[in-house]
Unconditional design. Structure first.
Length: 898
């Protein structure tokens, strides 16, 4: 339906309402009639699938899980974008309580827009603004007689406008967009504040507690309080915590809140029987009342007036809060207590809901398609780096949905059985495991009853290290126990009776082995126990191999990982393995910023353990999936099995690259390519460098101190056909971290900057015979088997940029692009006879002279402008000469230059 057609239909709806007014029947309409006859048709005309005929769950009735629930949730791509509270025609919408209900609910659900309507009027509230007054939250309102005259404003609530983000644009323009922290951000902030308060107070009042016990106790108190608040808001328990504080206030603040709270913990242990409330040393600690008064009151209402509703805060939002919280806690522990770095340095990030749901559907969903009721107990699902349990919660939901369909009905103990029998998680971090167990228990918390203990299947352990004591001692000596090795077949013996897990899903840590992330014993263990481990170890690669080996034949795998493995040379063995050894391989690039502040580009990797088959490539943009196509694994055999999803979308570009490959050799066949020297690294060099040497750059100088000091080039000194100089010298010798003595730093050579520019000329290469030292920010080409300047012209050409951009997909990423020497080594060099090489060499020589002259004169002068024009014309001439070597057609050239 077009916008104009929608307006016509809404006009008819207004006429219907006018007839009610004329016949004085308005007050006889209750809420259900108003909603069915006026409100739902209105939003249907605004483009929403109110009956979910084409888009399942686009508009849903909210479950009665919160005392402040709203009526309808509107979703795009399964993500809620607004909530609507419907009222009867006779209700006064100006009463604050109705707006407060809708706004609070929306905020607790992390949704910006709350709509209040009785059809007589529509009020649009921004739930992200602190609720000091109705007018501040109110974005705009319309009366029924204004719907047509102000139709453009009404249209902001249409599905089309939400898809185009028009409402947010208008809000930003009018200064009415987000002014307040979202629920996840606010609860994270509050949790960290409460943790600091508790830690300080327990430490002050209990001098004999060691730091590990203190950390554990503080976390357990917070987890227990979150559990109790959730039980309260789900109407399973009364407001126990707030009552406790009010009783303390009424009694003149004489008794101790924490002591009474511990009595409550014993009661919860008796009635819920969860390990969460088992007796713990913390219950004998002393604490100040004021701290618990602050925390308990804060669990009900934020400082800016919003009420926390733990029945409305979804588990994925809570999971995200806890992942951030874990990162904060462990980073702080590292700084304050000099402990081993945990979550932040382990590269763990919270995964958005739509990504989790897609992975679950493509893995567990596939297993469940053929499952019968008798098969359900044998479906075993693992997250080997489970964190706060987000993936496991979604897997639980999917299992419950399947069991309900197969059994027609499910009870509370069926839910418990799924948790205990089907769901498995492992994490290195003890606090993460406790939080994962808490989140899973909250998922099944519906009534006061004995809850299952999850200590068997949600376990602390190092998923990557396995083996008996004797084996572990060979690698880790006396500290082998500190590795928390996890013996999979022993710990989960019931799983391996069925040859492994049915489904393995997750978001594993992304940690390079460089620096202090791994010690030498860990590296040795990984190199000797993982086939895919190479000199540039990364934990996510190890997790992929570990997961493959833990899967049963026909089992499904789904991870979200960095997408750099698709093109980087060091990950060629992983690409080859996936293309040749697994079936139903899916690789989905994610162009949305998945992990908030984390500077990492990601993709989904999904496969079935079995014979290889077609490879599906796709993209997520704005949470929407687009399948690029299905390909044979053999389509990626060339160029080290590089998988370029952007290129796969364009057949014309693919054909050009195929033609380039057929008519060229790799650069390594025409010359030698190497990286530059590395001046500093602690522990390297002769004698080994200290941290002070590295930090003070002691081998650099502005002067040529002696014959060892040679002109030093930074990456930015290497330009396209031009060479600058930093003005610094570097003392060259064995004292450098990696002096790279096999590389010539004088004589004929080409320098190539590691960081490319933007197309159309991305590669920055220059020829030199001078004596310069270049570091790892630029690479060196030498030992030429073709004319050096011919090679230079090819590298700097528009065609090479086209090949580079479409082979390695560097410019699709939001992170800083760079390339390495192994990528440079496979640059295509066209076959050319002596005459053709001589012609292009002459052009390159002229270009070097022009660029030198251009860099020596003042910019923004007539002479500089003339030189720039000459350079552009010469670039075109060189490009045409190189196109000719490949016999490219006019259409192909147009594609390259587009």
């Amino acid at each position: 339906m077009t916008k104009q057609e929608a307006k016509q239909q809404i006009a008819k709806l207004i006429e219907k309402y006018q007839r009610l007014v004329d016949t004085r029947k308005v007050k006889s309409y209750n809420e259900a009639q108003t909603r069915n006859e006026f409100i739902e048709p209105l939003f249907e005309f605004l483009g929403w699938d109110m009956r979910n005929l084409e888009n399942p769950n686009e508009v849903t009735t909210e479950e009665t899980v919160s005392k402040g629930r709203v009526d309808l949730a509107f979703r795009l791509n399964h993500i809620p974008v607004m909530f609507l509270e419907a009222k009867a025609l006779k209700v006064d919408l100006d009463e604050w309580k109705w707006a407060e209900q809708a706004i609070n609910y929306s905020w607790n659900k992390s949704v910006t827009w709350a709509i209040l309507s009785d059809f007589e009027g529509i009020k649009v509230f921004n739930a992200e603004i602190p609720p000091k007054s109705l007018s501040q939250n109110l974005f705009f309102e319309l009366k029924w007689h204004e719907y047509l005259d102000r139709f453009d404003q009404l249209w902001l609530l249409s599905k089309e406008s939400f898809e185009e983000k028009k409402l947010a644009e208008q809000a930003e323009k009018w200064g009415k967009l987000t002014k307040r922290k979202q629920v996840g951000e606010k609860l994270f902030e509050d949790l960290t504040t409460w943790r600091a308060l508790l830690t300080k107070d327990f430490r002050k009042n209990n001098s004999n507690i060691d730091e590990d016990a203190l950390d554990e106790g503080v976390q357990k108190v917070l987890d227990r309080l979150i559990f109790i608040r959730t039980a309260e808001d789900r109407k399973i328990e009364q407001n126990i915590l707030l009552s406790l504080v009010r009783e303390w206030e009424s009694a003149g603040k004489k008794h101790n809140i924490f002591k009474r709270l511990n009595d409550g913990f014993r009661w919860f242990d008796d009635h819920y029987n969860s390990k969460l409330f088992s007796s713990h040393a913390l219950e004998n600690w002393k604490a100040d009342d004021k701290v618990f008064e602050t925390i308990i009151k804060g669990l009900y209402q934020t400082t800016d007036g919003y009420r926390y509703d733990f029945s409305a805060i979804s588990t994925d939002v809570l999971g995200g809060i806890y992942e951030q919280y874990l990162g904060y806690v462990q980073e702080k522990a590292q700084k304050d207590d000099k402990k081993k770095s945990k979550r932040k340095s382990q590269g763990i990030y919270y995964t958005p809901k739509y990504v989790v749901e897609y992975l679950i559907e493509q893995t567990l969903g596939e297993v469940l398609k053929k499952a019968k009721a008798k098969d359900i107990p044998n479906i075993k699902i693992l997250d080997p780096a489970c964190g706060s349990g987000s993936f496991l919660i979604s897997a639980y939901d999917k299992m419950l949905e399947a069991k309900t369909k197969l059994d027609k009905q499910t009870g509370l103990f069926d839910r418990f059985e799924i948790l205990k029998n089907n769901i498995y998680g492992v994490d290195l971090d003890e606090q993460a495991i406790e939080i994962a167990q808490l989140n899973l228990l909250l998922r099944v918390l519906q009534q006061r009853t004995k809850l299952p203990t999850l200590s068997h299947n949600i376990r602390i352990g190092n998923s990557l290290v396995d083996g008996d004591m004797e084996k572990l001692q060979q690698y880790f000596d006396d500290v082998w126990r500190e590795q928390k090795a996890f013996n999979w077949k022993q710990e989960f013996s019931e799983v391996f009776e069925h040859e492994g897990f049915s489904v393995i899903i997750g978001n594993p840590p992304y940690v390079f082995a460089r620096g202090k992330n791994f010690d030498d014993s860990a590296k040795k263990y990984f190199y000797e126990n993982y086939k895919l481990a190479n000199y540039q170890l990364n934990t996510y690669l190890l997790f992929i191999e570990r997961a493959y080996n833990l899967l049963q034949e026909g089992g499904y795998f789904g991870f979200i990982v960095p997408n750099t493995w698709l093109t980087i040379d060091t990950f060629a063995p992983l690409r080859k393995f996936l293309l040749e050894e697994v079936g139903s391989l899916q690789i989905i690039n994610i162009y949305d910023k998945v992990f908030g502040d984390a500077n990492v580009d990601t993709c989904l990797v999904i496969f079935k353990k079995g014979r290889r088959s077609k490879v599906t490539l796709g993209e997520f943009r704005d949470s929407k999936l687009k399948i690029v196509g299905k390909f044979s694994p053999d389509d990626f055999k060339d160029n080290n099995h590089i998988i370029n999803i952007s290129l796969a979308k364009d057949k014309d570009k693919m054909m050009i690259l195929k033609k380039v490959a057929e008519k060229s050799k790799q650069l390594k066949d025409s010359a030698t390519a190497s990286t530059g020297l590395k001046a500093y690294q602690t522990g390297k060099g002769k004698p080994p460098q200290t941290e002070e040497i590295k930090n003070n750059r002691v081998f650099h100088s502005k002067n040529k101190e002696d014959e060892n000091y040679i002109k030093y080039l930074e990456g930015r000194d290497v330009k396209r056909y031009a060479l600058g100089w930093s003005g610094e010298y570097l003392s060259y010798g064995d004292w450098l971290a990696e002096p790279r003595k096999s590389v010539p730093f004088d004589g004929k050579r080409i320098l190539v900057r590691q960081i490319p520019s933007q197309p159309p000329y991305a590669i920055n290469a220059v020829f030199t015979e001078g004596k310069y030292l270049n570091d790892i920010n630029s690479m060196v080409i030498f030992d030429f088997k073709v004319e050096p300047l011919f090679l230079l012209a090819v590298i700097n050409s528009k065609l090479t940029t086209f090949w580079f951009a479409n082979t390695f997909d560097k410019f699709q990423r939001k992170t800083f692009p760079q390339f390495k020497v192994k990528e440079l080594a496979i640059f295509p060099i066209p076959e050319a006879n002596e005459k053709e090489q001589a012609e292009i060499t002459k052009l390159a020589e002229l270009m070097l002279n022009l660029q030198k002259e251009a860099h020596e004169i003042t910019s923004n002068t007539d002479k500089h402008a003339r030189l720039k024009t000459e350079i552009e014309k010469l670039d075109e001439k060189i490009d045409r000469a190189i196109y000719k070597l490949y016999n490219l057609t006019d259409e192909e050239i147009a594609t390259i230059e587009k």
